[in-house]
Design a protein around this ligand. Structure first.
Ligand code: UD1
Length: 419
């Protein structure tokens, strides 16, 4: 096991390059099974979740190789196995993203039921309703969901909620379906646009990705393609807050500033200087941090994946702030850990009331999920004394070399082996 040891750090300074997006690369890798040719995917971040996705692809029969760091070659000449086992699904919920592509490519897909996870119950009813509308038979037994269809048929599907995963699964199912599928109230996250860009480069016909109405005209087959994954807006946002909370001055490179607007707007409101450059964003802290409220919402609202990090920033602000989480019902698991570091936060249902001016003090804390882990690291940078963060596997699932990148900016952070 490994822990992170973080000492109170001086203001972060310098430049950092953001990696490819976790939430874009996972559906894109899942989508490669729709194609029989060779795919070359660039800017693939080195993450535990990506390794699990590679394991899943190998299980279904894909050949994966790599000629250079952060690039993967994936080729799936034939599907050898359409069942994603329990062990892999419990390691990563995004395994469910194989349902649409496997069903579309070979007429059958079995995925172990993902169940809940730390941040909430996370049902997949919208994925299943959409596939069923396109003609799939869905059976649930012995913990497995099995979807089968000789041929999927395009349909008009209205999503009750703009679910990111359901939108992706249904786009992937529709690209090889017969006729036209129209997804209404679709999610509009940048990762959906990236998935559609990749699929279009393989020959798919998709219109309107990035709007709430996506029209997909099925084609008989898709070829392989070469694609570079967009940069990770959540990793970028985490560095923005690292610079802000330490009173630093950091240039964050390889970003798409438009994707960061909801975060930029809130940081500016909190009196942090943010300036956009071409493919980069500079964040300068050091002024009094104002208390501001946030409410998480689907894109382009404030991302739920940045909620814990922003809450940490607010513990150091000049007053009280209210954070409302509307996407996941259980995303305040990090709060008891922040309280162990000296924060004063009260939770009432989906709202957290955060008192500013906290004097944070180092302690041993546990990363309860991916973004909670990031939030605790940020707190450790400004807490007096030593903060030890345990359960790093959560952080390694979704941040590429986070501790090394922070260290290069001057953070006093190191990873140590423990018993
Ligand atoms: C994706 C992201 C995750 C991010 C989330 C919201 C990936 C791999 N993960 O997760 O990092 O936090 O978007 O931006 O891209 N829901 C249903 N029924 C469904 C599907 C979803 O009720 O069939 C609910 C969920 O329980 C949740 C909300 O819809 O309350 C949003 O979930 P969704 O957008 O699907 O998130 P994910 O795709 O799981």
């Amino acid at each position: 096991m490994e822990n992170l040891i973080i000492n109170h750090s001086k203001p972060l300074y310098g430049e950092v390059t953001v990696s490819g997006s976790k939430n874009a690369v996972l559906p894109i890798l899942a989508a490669t099974v729709l194609t029989s040719g060779e795919n070359i995917i660039h800017d693939v971040p080195e993450l535990e979740d990506v390794k699990i996705m590679e394991e899943i692809l190998s299980t279904v029969g894909s050949k994966i190789s790599s000629d250079s760091p952060n690039s993967l070659k994936v080729e799936t000449t034939a599907i050898k196995n359409f069942e994603i086992p329990y062990e892999l699904v419990t390691k990563m919920r995004a395994s469910i993203l194989l349902l649409g592509p496997l069903l579309a490519r070979c007429g059958k897909a079995s995925v172990s039921f993902p169940g809940g996870c730390a941040i909430g119950s996370r049902p997949i009813d919208l994925h299943l309703k959409g596939l069923s509308a396109m003609g799939a038979d869905i059976e649930q037994s012995n913990g497995l969901i099995t979807a089968s269809a000789k041929k999927l048929i395009g349909k008009k599907i209205y999503l009750d909620f703009p679910s990111v995963g359901a939108t992706e699964n249904l786009i992937m199912a529709a690209v090889l379906a017969e006729g036209e599928t129209i997804l209404e109230n679709a999610a509009i996250e940048p990762e959906i646009v990236d998935l559609s860009t990749y699929l279009s480069s393989c020959g798919a016909q998709i219109q309107g990705a990035g709007t709430d109405t996506v029209k997909i005209t099925g084609v008989p087959e898709l070829k392989g393609s070469e694609h570079t994954v967009i940069s990770d807006r959540i990793e970028a946002g985490t560095f923005m807050i690292a610079s802000a909370i330490t009173g630093g001055n950091v240039l964050i490179k390889n970003v798409i500033p438009a994707h960061l607007k909801p975060i930029t707007a809130k940081l500016k409101e909190a009196n942090i200087e943010v300036s956009e450059e071409l493919n980069a964003i500079r964040v300068k802290g050091g002024n009094l941090i104002k208390n501001v409220d946030i409410k998480t919402l689907p894109y382009p609202g404030f991302p739920t994946d940045m909620q814990a990090q922003f809450a940490t920033l607010m513990t150091t602000s000049a007053g009280n702030s209210i954070i409302v989480e509307t996407i996941f019902e259980n995303r305040f698991l990090y709060v008891p850990e922040l309280i162990r570091l000296g924060a004063n936060i009260k939770i009432d249902g989906r709202a957290a009331v955060i008192s500013g001016n906290a004097s944070l003090n180092g302690a041993k804390v546990k990363a309860t999920d991916l973004r909670a882990g990031a939030a605790l690291i940020l707190a450790g940078l400004v807490a007096d004394g030593v903060t030890t963060v345990t359960d790093l596997y959560h952080i390694d699932r979704g941040y590429e070399k986070l501790d090394q990148k922070l260290s290069a900016l001057g953070a006093n952070i190191s990873r140590i082996e423990t018993e």
